[in-house]
Design a protein around this ligand. Structure first.
Ligand SMILES: Cc1cc2nc3c(=O)[nH]c(=O)nc-3n(C[C@H](O)[C@H](O)[C@H](O)COP(=O)(O)OP(=O)(O)OC[C@H]3O[C@@H](n4cnc5c(N)ncnc54)[C@H](O)[C@@H]3O)c2cc1C
Length: 266
């Protein structure tokens, strides 16, 4: 599908679970390929390979039930393996890339190549896929052995943490902004170097544009009501950036990926 669209010269946009994107109200030009489902297998002792379309929660359940340790803290993260590799998903200071042994990337020529982590361009919220447009066909994770009961306990603890700190019952695209690099910003004493804390300190918790609102539970989440438009969310993102920059001199970088066209003047 991806190869055929590219041969016809059509732009291709990959979508996994759609949990970290904001899609323009006018849609996306070209072909949107939603990569879902696929296989999970132990390819050799200590290595688990999952297709890019497998959900993270599916992978976590699979590994836990076989006593494979390493991914249990990701319990409750929406989306797919492909999306998590593309954005190098993070949770409580840990990066998905810490577990990755290799990634299968489909390139422009239709070849799937095995790429080792040192060549993936992994960083906080980053991978080379964001620049190259390659498709994550599969990812291989290094796992260790542990007791299933211990892994379940760890997964439950992650889920409890999420329920306590994130607005899970309302639609959102996850964290709107990346956390700033503490080495690069100077903040007044008492102001935490985290996007949510800065938005909160700028007085934006509960701020509303149309059907979008800065979550009261976690200020780095923009939650929506039925009927909300992408441009409401985008305008609120722009408002948060502008206010935090004006108050603290920190320019927040979006973590949410924008798909389609947005009015850049808003
Ligand atoms: C309530 C909530 C909680 C969240 N908690 C966390 C968290 O703790 N940590 C965290 O890091 N994120 C979190 N997120 C964000 C999101 O769940 C993750 O970033 C997830 O990994 C995105 O996966 P996805 O399949 O939904 O990607 P999508 O949103 O579908 O896509 C994201 C990007 O990945 C690209 N992409 C998707 N699949 C592929 C593929 N197979 N090959 C190449 N590119 C691809 C897309 O083109 C897009 O650019 C949360 C989101 C929500 C709504």
């Amino acid at each position: 599908m991806v190869g055929a669209a590219r041969m016809l010269g059509l732009p291709v946009t990959l979508l996994g679970g759609g949990s970290n994107v904001l899609v323009s109200d006018t849609g996306v030009r070209g072909v949107v390929v939603r990569y879902r489902h696929g296989e999970i297998a132990e390819t050799s002792p200590g290595l688990v390979r999952a297709a890019g379309g497998v959900t993270l929660n599916g992978l976590v359940r699979w590994t836990i039930s076989r006593g494979f340790a390493g991914l249990e803290a990701w319990a409750g993260t929406p989306g797919t393996v492909g999306g998590a590799i593309c954005g190098n998903a993070h949770f409580r200071g840990r990066l998905m890339s810490e577990m990755v042994a290799a990634v299968g990337l489909l390139d422009e020529d239709g070849e799937t190549r095995r790429v080792t982590p040192d060549r993936m361009g992994f960083g906080y919220d980053r991978s080379r896929v964001q620049e190259t447009g390659e498709v994550v066909v599969w990812a291989e994770f290094a796992v260790a052995h542990a007791r299933v009961t211990d892994l379940r306990a760890e997964a439950r603890s992650s889920l409890r943490f999420r329920k306590r700190t994130q607005p899970l019952g309302v639609p959102s695209a996850g964290c709107a902004f990346r956390n700033p690099d503490p080495g690069r910003v100077r903040l007044p004493a008492g102001v935490q170097c985290a996007a949510g804390a800065l938005i909160d300190a700028a007085g934006l918790k509960g701020c509303v544009v149309g059907g979008a609102r800065v979550s009261h539970q976690h200020a780095n989440f923009i939650v929506t009501e039925p009927g909300a438009r992408a441009r409401d969310v985008r305008a609120l993102i722009d408002r948060c950036r502008a206010d935090v920059a004006a108050k603290y001199g920190v320019t927040l970088a979006p973590e949410v990926m924008f798909l389609g066209e947005f009015d850049e003047s808003t």
